[in-house]
Write a protein that binds this ligand. Structure first.
Ligand code: NAI
Ligand code: AKG
Length: 413
């Protein structure tokens, strides 16, 4: 099977956007690389008394528009190139929603499914001891990502504040509410995705009656609940890393979330039959939400996809070859740098509340998020019309143009 290097994919996307924008050679080359990247190696004491050595990264891709911003992932397959790609996509994402932030991402190579809570806490704290110098409200602000949670942020914040010897809640976002978290962050990624589906449906004149979800973690579960609540559609299939389930008559999203939280998997959900995880991508639905990991949709399966709209809650789920196949098959992709931008948008709201000592009501967060995503969809659809390119390229054109402009104004290139 062909393997993909996500960073090469991310660089190719910059080149394509730069070509449409007629960017000069130096600007294009600058935007193809992270401004700063850090590699950490640290020992952690495990529950059985032994020390284990962990490798970790933080990549600050571009900070022309503001402090670097993006999640920290704990995953066994993490590599510097995956983190670079994710950091690049954060840069374009914060620009597409027009936040005064740059892009970053971090990762620890580990498998949380085989670690105790105490071991996870020790890893989170060790990561901060290694990286505290390069983090800060005006430098770089992490958040959770795959297999990290608000609890991870709480440990990280506590370690950071112990080092700097003062309260600095805005250095981490998607924190638990009692230590400076915001209302509305837990479902923000999915809410932003569902809002972008609502806008796409108006744009394309489609009704989002049926949907399927690949990946049933934070993003996937909330998308199931919110699509049902806000758009009124019917969930017919979902999967996680252990397998998939299908019920063409409909699956109650709330009951499936409860089942997943209780049993750790979507499998064995009453009334649904088992299907392979990958089959969920190929079902005849109005909207497909990839909400797991990179490269799920490639040239291998793009020809088999039957959804009308693909809403990319995951980062980088579609390869460049698949983008073209889907475009020619008239399948509308809502690209990750727009569709999954709700999370970082509400993270920014959390930073604003922390800096002003404010606590916004949930309805305020929802309304401001809706406005940001609707405006971003407008810029994206304008670029689609003006440039006549496929959707990812249109979104990249919006994001890359804004970052390039900031680099130019600063006199960097
Ligand atoms: N949490 C956030 O705020 C944001 C997350 N994202 C992206 O959304 C995606 C999912 O993130 P989270 O939901 O936060 O992570 P999570 O760790 O809560 O959930 C990941 C889910 O994917 C499933 N999965 C893993 N490999 C799979 C496979 N091969 N097939 C099917 N399912 C598989 C896991 O079983 C789990 O249910 C990632 O790409 C992440 O970068 C994007 C924007 C913000
Ligand atoms: O809220 C944040 O800063 C994290 C967002 C993120 O990691 C993402 O959008 O992929």
């Amino acid at each position: 099977m062909k393997s993909y290097n996500s960073f090469l994919v991310a660089q190719q996307q910059v080149e394509e956007a730069a070509r449409i924008l007629n960017l000069d050679k130096a600007t294009t080359e600058f935007l193809k690389w992270p401004q700063r990247e850090f590699k950490f190696t640290f020992p952690v004491r495990m529950d059985d008394g032994r020390f284990e050595i962990f490798h970790a990264y933080r990549v600050q891709y571009n900070y022309a528009r503001g402090p670097a911003k993006g999640g920290i992932r704990f995953h066994p397959d993490e590599t510097v190139d995956v983190v670079r790609a994710l950091a690049a996509w954060m840069t374009w994402k914060t620009a597409v929603v027009d936040l005064p932030l740059g892009g970053a991402k971090g990762g620890v190579v580990c498998d949380p499914r085989h670690l105790s809570q105490k071991e996870l806490e020790n890893i989170a704290r060790a990561y901060i001891r290694a990286s505290a110098d390069i983090l800060g409200v005006d430098k770089d602000v992490p958040a959770p990502d795959v297999y990290t949670t608000p609890q991870t942020m709480a440990w990280m914040l506590d370690e950071f504040e112990t080092i700097v010897r003062k309260h600095q809640p805005g250095v981490f976002t998607d924190k638990p509410l009692p230590i400076g978290g915001t209302e509305g962050r837990r479902d923000a990624t999915s809410r932003g995705g569902v809002i972008s589906v609502r806008e796409a449906c108006k744009f394309l004149n489609i009704e989002p009656k049926t949907f399927a979800i690949q990946g049933f973690g934070n993003a996937g579960q909330r998308a199931a609940l919110l699509h049902e609540e806000l758009l009124g559609g019917k969930l017919i299939a979902a999967c996680d890393s252990r397998g998939g389930i299908l019920n063409p008559d409909g699956i109650n999203a709330k009951e499936l979330v409860t089942h997943k939280l209780k049993t750790g998997t979507v499998l064995n959900f009453p009334g649904a039959r088992h299907i392979p995880s990958d089959a969920v991508l190929e079902l005849d639905v109005d909207v497909l939400y990839p909400a797991a990991l990179e490269n799920a949709i490639s040239e291998k399966n793009a020809g088999l996809i039957k959804a009308k709209i693909i809403c990319e809650l995951a980062n980088g789920p579609t390869t460049p070859e698949a983008d073209l196949i889907l475009y020619h098959r008239n399948i509308f992709v809502l690209p990750d740098i727009l569709a999954s931008a709700g999370g970082v948008t509400v993270s920014y709201f959390e930073m604003l509340q922390n800096s002003g000592g404010e606590m916004w009501e949930e309805a305020t967060v929802h309304a401001r998020l809706d406005k940001k995503i609707s405006n971003a969809f407008q810029s994206f659809s304008d670029a689609l019309r003006e440039k006549g390119v496929h959707p990812r390229l249109a979104a990249m054109v919006v994001g890359v143009a804004r970052v390039a402009e900031a680099c130019k104004i600063r006199g960097w290139v």
